[in-house]
Design a protein around this ligand. Structure first.
Ligand code: PGA
Length: 268
């Protein structure tokens, strides 16, 4: 219990990408807080504005249950790396989470599994919680290689990584072909992939209880489909891109999460 509200395990991550500047980010953050008001149960909400808006958004959410995430970080702590931002700098701004390995960065910035691995290490060293994105392309899916792709990403990035606790890491399964396209996998496909992801996690992180590591879905999540994912027990939350900069959509997604959490509470 926190402030009379029940905080639960479903997570909603708003990835605002490069869509909004400082002023809009602040307005969206305020709107998000309003959307959370007066609810019996709350999902964990993490908002990820662009670097330039982190400081102002932090002021808005600092006294709330909403957490602040960054969309990226660099793998070194400091030094001559023009244009980069370190984990240490992010923590100064009140950031608690960081998205790493998003497919847009893999595609447009040439991020490799090795870079992503170094970024994960850097985040953990700086006490930042990691939201690690994995997922296959349309071509890989067509050739039936989606599991192999996801397995490779997880093994390359996480094998041997020292994780102190299961809640320092979340995995976001985001099929590349579903991001921003309006196409979504069958829920059954996501469930099967989540189970597969957990089996890989128990191999690569043998000291962790893989069932406790949260595995989320991302890709064309909107207000009208969020519930169909969230009601599944093994989908621990959603990573939302395009819809998360539309306040009415974000509110619907939060509504869906609260509805699921309320129903779970009633059952207990
Ligand atoms: P989308 O993006 O919701 O716009 O498909 C998701 C993401 O890229 O994290």
């Amino acid at each position: 219990m926190a402030n009379g509200f029940v905080l639960n395990m479903k997570v909603i991550i708003a990835n605002w990408k490069m869509n909004v500047g400082v002023r809009e980010s602040v307005a969206l953050a305020r709107g998000t807080l309003l959307a959370l008001r007066g609810r019996r149960t709350l999902p964990e909400v993490i908002i990820c504005p662009s670097f330039i808006a982190l400081s102002e958004v932090h002021k808005v959410v600092a006294r709330s249950s909403v957490k602040l995430g960054a969309q990226n970080l660099f793998w070194e702590d400091h030094g001559a790396y023009t244009g980069e931002i370190s984990g240490r700098m992010l923590t100064e701004l009140g950031v608690s989470h960081v998205i790493i390995g998003h497919s847009e960065r893999r595609e447009y910035l040439g991020e490799t599994d090795e870079m992503i691995r170094n970024k994960v290490a850097q985040a953990l060293e700086n006490q930042l919680d990691v939201i690690l994105c994995v997922g296959e392309t349309a071509v890989e899916r067509k050739s039936g290689a989606q599991r192999e792709r996801v397995r490779t990403q997880l093994v390359h990035v996480l094998d041997g990584v020292h994780l102190k606790s299961h809640d320092r890491l979340m995995i976001a399964y985001e099929p590349v072909w579903a991001i921003g396209t309006g196409e979504i996998p069958e829920v059954a496909e996501i469930l099967a992939m989540n189970e597969f992801i957990r089996s890989i996690l128990s191999d690569v992180l043998p000291n962790m209880n893989a069932n406790k590591i949260r595995v989320l879905y991302g890709g064309s999540v909107e207000g009208n489909n969020a519930y169909s994912f969230l009601r599944e027990q093994t989908i621990d939350g959603l990573l939302v891109g395009g819809a998360s900069v539309k306040l009415n959509q974000l509110k619907e997604i939060i509504d869906a999460a609260s509805e699921v959490l309320d129903a779970q509470q009633t059952k207990v």
